[in-house]
Design a protein around this ligand. Structure first.
Ligand SMILES: Cc1cc2nc3c(=O)[nH]c(=O)nc-3n(C[C@H](O)[C@H](O)[C@H](O)COP(=O)(O)OP(=O)(O)OC[C@H]3O[C@@H](n4cnc5c(N)ncnc54)[C@H](O)[C@@H]3O)c2cc1C
Length: 408
């Protein structure tokens, strides 16, 4: 296979690369070159193993570059992604607005993608780490090292079009955007976007491992959802979305992060509820029984500046305040090994509306390798599908034009 030429080489057999291959006409010879020993490894970990593949509430406000993403979503939005997956055999379902495979198993998504790319005759090279792309008079040479077996062997393949679908280094991925820097592209350094948040330790005492449904507020923005307390800070879906505020520079270390333990009630309502409970109880400890997880009760009392022995009715205002405004001080975003998504990547201004490079004709980038990141909830995979679909349609159209010109 060494030296073989293809119509298209896709570097990276993740969500975007596999979907792109599945959408290309079978007349085109396509190779996927993947560094892992199998394709779609990260896809299997998505949505806690369930793969939240898109969201019916698809709006540009969920992305860091709304203007850029808008036209991609207009052409290929959530409903189009669902239809495309149904076309290749996936049964889906929505839980609230989040869309999952009907099986709630990420492996089902990978199964249909693999079957679709295999059916169209895609060549899949696993264990192949690409370390160079060269544009030699309009033809691309993609080379690197095949790491299957004990000894690495060099490979080089050629193509008329090349697609960078290498994702990011969130969790167990890698950043290969430097491959496109060699074609003249600029890259915004990657930093964790959907990730846990590191905070001061005092308010976390004893809470490690406790999960609550709560509001997380930084400045004006508030997310309600699962919050998981860790020894270094907080995690969980609501936290992940708020970490995006830090990645986008709208919040910084030193800012206050508020946990609202009763997000569906105003502070006045919480006070009223506590006052009602206070009839017939004497101590703060008694007042708190039956409210929250026992360790949360202790920290709320601590934040309210009282002990369980204090008289309940004197502390109602302070306790209501601690329930609604449990303060943490942000120290930073958790590291990339704990992140789901990174912000940063290839500069979007250097790509057209089909994800073709403005620097190098017939070179495309899709998915998370590009500086687009979205909220938690299926938005990042939707970007993978939308960007890949736009590139696939353009590659197909340009290949057809090239063939007509050649035949004439
Ligand atoms: C734990 C976790 C849960 C997530 N859950 C969700 C979710 O439920 N919904 C959602 O929308 N998003 C979710 N995401 C984010 C989502 O998985 C990514 O945004 C998406 O996978 C990006 O697709 P991609 O194809 O761009 O990159 P990837 O899927 O990461 O694929 C990139 C591929 O390129 C390969 N590669 C990299 N460099 C090279 C190289 N030099 N040579 C050859 N191959 C290379 C990698 O090995 C990888 O297989 C989750 C992420 C994580 C980590």
């Amino acid at each position: 296979m060494d030296g073989k030429k293809f119509d298209v080489i896709i570097i990276g057999g993740g969500a975007a690369g596999l979907f792109l291959a599945s959408q290309l006409p079978s007349e085109l010879s396509v190779a996927i070159v993947e560094s892992n020993d199998r394709v779609g490894k990260k896809l299997l970990a998505t949505g806690n193993g369930k793969c939240n593949l898109t969201n019916l509430d698809m709006d540009v406000s969920h992305f860091n570059h709304p203007n850029f993403v808008g036209s991609f979503l207009e052409r290929f939005g959530a409903r189009d992604a669902i239809a495309a997956f149904e076309d290749i055999g996936l049964m889906t379902k929505a839980i609230d607005s989040r869309v999952y495979p009907y099986s709630e198993c990420a492996s089902t998504v990978l199964d249909v993608l693999r079957r679709a790319v295999e059916k169209r005759g895609t060549h899949i090279f696993t264990g192949h780490v690409v370390n160079s792309i060269k544009n030699i008079r309009g033809e691309f040479e993609v080379s690197g090292e095949a790491v299957n077996g004990k000894r690495g062997e060099n490979f080089n393949y050629f193509a008329n079009a090349v697609v960078l679908a290498t994702g990011s280094y969130a969790t167990f991925g890698k950043d290969s955007t430097s491959l496109f820097a060699a074609l003249g592209h600029t890259v915004r350094p990657m930093a964790p976007s959907l990730a846990p948040i590191r905070t001061n330790k005092e308010p976390l005492k004893g809470l490690q491992g406790v999960r609550v449904k709560a509001g997380v507020r930084i400045g004006e923005r508030c997310e309600v959802g699962e919050v998981l307390f860790k020894d270094f800070g907080i995690s969980g879906i609501a936290t992940f979305n708020m970490a995006g505020e830090l990645a986008r520079g709208r919040a910084k270390a030193g800012d206050v992060l508020i946990i609202d333990f009763m997000p569906e009630h105003s502070k006045a309502e919480v006070e009223r509820m506590l006052s009602k409970r206070a009839h017939g109880v004497t101590s703060v400890g008694e007042l708190m029984v039956g409210t929250f997880h026992s360790r949360v009760q202790e920290r709320i009392a601590w934040a309210a500046g009282c002990s369980f022995e204090d008289r309940a009715e004197e502390k109602i205002g302070a306790i209501a305040d601690a329930i609604k405004n449990y303060r943490l001080v942000i120290e930073g975003v958790g590291d990339a090994s704990l992140a789901q998504v990174m912000s940063g990547g290839l500069n979007v201004d250097e790509f057209d509306e089909n994800m073709m490079s403005r620097k190098c004709e017939n070179a495309y980038a899709v998915g998370e390798a590009v500086d687009i990141d979205g909220d938690s909830g299926g938005y990042n995979l939707q970007w993978a599908w939308s960007s890949a679909k736009a590139a696939a349609l353009n590659i197909a159209a340009r290949s057809k034009e090239r063939k007509i010109a050649y035949d004439v």
